[in-house]
Design a protein around this ligand. Sequence first.
Ligand SMILES: C[S@@+](CC[C@H](N)C(=O)[O-])C[C@H]1O[C@@H](n2cnc3c(N)ncnc32)[C@H](O)[C@@H]1O
Length: 229
Amino acid sequence: MELNPRLRVIAGCVTDVKTMADIGTDHGYLPVALIEKGKLVSAIACDVNEKPLEKAKKIIEDYGFDSSIETRLGSGLSVLKPEEAEAIVIAGMGGLLIRDLLEAEPEVAAAAKKLVLQPMNNQAVVRRYLETNGFKIIHEDLAREGDRIYEIIVAQKGVMIVEDHLDYELGYRATQTKHPLLEAHINRKIRFEEKILDHTRGKTTAIARKQFTESQAYIKRLNEVKKCL
Ligand SMILES: C[S@@+](CC[C@H](N)C(=O)[O-])C[C@H]1O[C@@H](n2cnc3c(N)ncnc32)[C@H](O)[C@@H]1O
């Protein structure tokens, strides 16, 4: 199975484990690809919606992996017992939902050897949640598909001290590890902030003026970081 660049990077983070649960599996491509490559002994493909789970079941059957990939219907980590899956992947969902799913089943999340998280937005919220709930980020990765850059966060139980505010936004220790896509990632953040500047420039409300000043300062900081890459 050929994965798209985002799922390929996520798959590359599922290492040193024999079992994985894919929460919100949708098509089931990730567990199928990992089993096919011999990277896992077994996997659990989970989804809260019946339709995607049926789709995943069909693909799993087509590949002849029904004895190594189980499917489960239900929300988030509620379908798992602690330690049932060494790695837990939650990808392609909003950061707020990912945080809520981890928060709803703290014992299951804490028992995993690895959490592989790929929030589509609110990545900083996920990093803050991990920091304040006894997790440490052990790896960060980026994937590019066309104009988009996806952030992949790998965490496990432990202590993490975030010293630089930018670590929440760009990725934990991103300015030290200097991923090849970091400059493009920063440029996207700058473009996003520039849009906020365009929307708030010349506005007289206190909120708009505060937002304008904050975005200006953030862009300045991002440009400084870029100079050091
Ligand atoms: C955009 S797809 C992402 C699919 C795949 N994980 C990926 O990254 O390509 C989101 C999937 O998450 C499922 N989902 C949404 N909320 C969920 C929840 N609370 N628990 C489990 N699955 C959920 C949806 O049904 C959908 O199949």
